[in-house]
Design a protein around this ligand. Sequence first.
Ligand SMILES: Cc1cc2nc3c(=O)[nH]c(=O)nc-3n(C[C@H](O)[C@H](O)[C@H](O)COP(=O)(O)OP(=O)(O)OC[C@H]3O[C@@H](n4cnc5c(N)ncnc54)[C@H](O)[C@@H]3O)c2cc1C
Length: 323
Amino acid sequence: MPSAPLLTEFAQQLHCLGLDVRQNIPLSELTRFQLGGAADLVAETAEESVFVRAVRAVRSMGVPWLALGGGTNLIASSAGFRGVILRYRGARIELGERYVHVESGAELQSLVDFTIANGLAGLHTMTRIPGWVGGAIYGNAGAYGHSIESCIEGVRFFDGRVLRGLDRRGCEFAYRDSIFKRNKDWIILSAVLSLPPGDAEAMRRRAEEIRSLRDAKYPPTMRCAGSIFKNLLVAGLPKELMLSLPPGVVVEGKLPAGWLLEQVGAKGMRRGGIQVAGYHANTVYNDGGGSPEELYALIGELKQRVRERFGLLLEEEVQYVGF
Ligand SMILES: Cc1cc2nc3c(=O)[nH]c(=O)nc-3n(C[C@H](O)[C@H](O)[C@H](O)COP(=O)(O)OP(=O)(O)OC[C@H]3O[C@@H](n4cnc5c(N)ncnc54)[C@H](O)[C@@H]3O)c2cc1C
């Protein structure tokens, strides 16, 4: 990262391009865990052409950068981020003749509400998944048996040189995975969705049920990232383990990480101000006094316990910055 005067000059350059630029911003302010040291610069705009020019400028300077959305699936270290956090805030949601067009800076909940209001089915079970649409596509977010991939027709992104598009197949979606996770220098800008018609009233009722369930599990002020670990696809698990599982443990072809964690006594575990929820072993939260390093250490301990007891490696769903 450039020296302080160069940083200021660079901030001015980005500002001249039309971005809102802030210096020395704690990542604790931008992440739901409310943890993490300062990022040198945070640059944001809702204009796609301005954003693309900024990414080009950042890349040509050789400055490290990171795309950030709502910060709901991210753990940032105390060291923060030496470089530029880029946030594309374009948030338009439009209904065309056949498709819904959405920009990646839209809140996922706004998109969910929009589709329900327009009687379009497929996203209503994703009620109360926080974050922005870009982050949801990146991690193929989903809940209650549906993931965002099922309604994606195409995704438009900037690969650092040119604007490109991929259809659903090209996005290589899998459980909490997409091609974007493997190409971290691609930035998702917008998507085209195709959703079949549905009964708006029935979807609204279901969404309300889900909202109550989720608000009980993740109170809106909880400093967390939802599930820390991915569930395990049973297709890849050893036969002996599968035979030893009590009935009903496997859900939708997956062995819940929460069940494995519960078996190793994770519920209620604590490291400083970081705690595993007493009611769900895959929910880890900051009680307000935690540090990123405590969180990192607790996650490591949980993985180790599961590895020792079951010989399985849990994989984080949450993403790290600066560790
Ligand atoms: C209370 C709670 C409940 C949750 N429940 C669920 C759930 O049920 N199901 C589920 O799937 N998830 C869940 N999550 C996790 C999280 O909400 C989702 O993963 C969400 O989609 C992340 O979006 P975000 O904008 O916050 O991403 P961020 O946290 O900002 O970023 C996550 C990753 O995506 C990358 N990224 C973000 N935007 C872009 C972009 N435009 N282009 C390229 N890369 C980008 C970032 O670099 C980072 O690596 C939950 C989180 C919380 C806090």
